[in-house]
Ligand binder design. Structure first.
Ligand code: SF4
Ligand code: SF4
Length: 169
């Protein structure tokens, strides 16, 4: 993060509250992180987009991006894309981007978003379809052989993971 103006003392100080942040700096940094997506008919009608809809039984276009799902999601703090942003990627035909997101693996299928959604979008089903598609298209996401013994002892039991994977597909 850089400061916006010569002599600005805010940039030189350790920020202790969000209120201290310079609006110009925040706006400029936000522009830096905007992702550009080229909208094409081919992407919107891609094989991946069709498979997500078929596997989930859900139409991402039903979502009007109110954000209530993300506001109530207990895993949102760990996700690289918020749940409504995953749906936005699907709406824009960027399915491959959604498949690469950590978010689909942090989703705990808790159904909170579905209960909050004013449009009745079953987001957990979309997340499940994306997980299944990611395994089909990208292969295993974790190589157990590369996890050290200490870390492995702290991870969920194999039976739990196996159960989750069975649910996944
Ligand atoms: S709550 Fe429903 S309509 Fe609102 S952003 Fe989430 S999925 Fe879309
Ligand atoms: S089902 Fe997944 S995306 Fe929806 S609120 Fe729960 S953890 Fe978040």
């Amino acid at each position: 993060m850089r400061c916006c103006k010569p002599g600005c003392i805010i940039g030189a100080q350790k920020r202790t509250t969000a209120a201290l942040e310079c609006d110009e700096v925040r706006a400029e940094n936000a522009v830096d992180t905007i992702m550009k997506i080229q909208l094409t008919a081919d992407a919107l009608r891609s094989d991946l987009a069709r498979r997500v809809q078929e596997m989930s039984g859900e139409d991402p276009l039903a979502c009007y991006q109110c954000g209530k799902c993300s506001a109530g999601c207990p895993s949102a703090a760990f996700m690289d894309q918020l749940p409504n942003q995953i749906i936005r990627l699907l709406q824009l035909g960027s399915v491959a981007e959604a498949l690469r997101s950590d978010t689909i693996w942090y989703c705990a299928a808790c159904q909170t978003c579905y209960a909050r959604c004013p449009k009745g979008v079953d987001l957990p089903r979309l997340m499940e379809a994306l997980r299944e598609l990611a395994l089909q298209e990208l292969g295993d996401q974790v190589d157990v052989a590369k996890i050290d013994a200490g870390e492995l002892a702290r991870l969920p039991q194999q039976a739990f993971v196996a159960g989750f994977r069975k649910y996944t597909g």
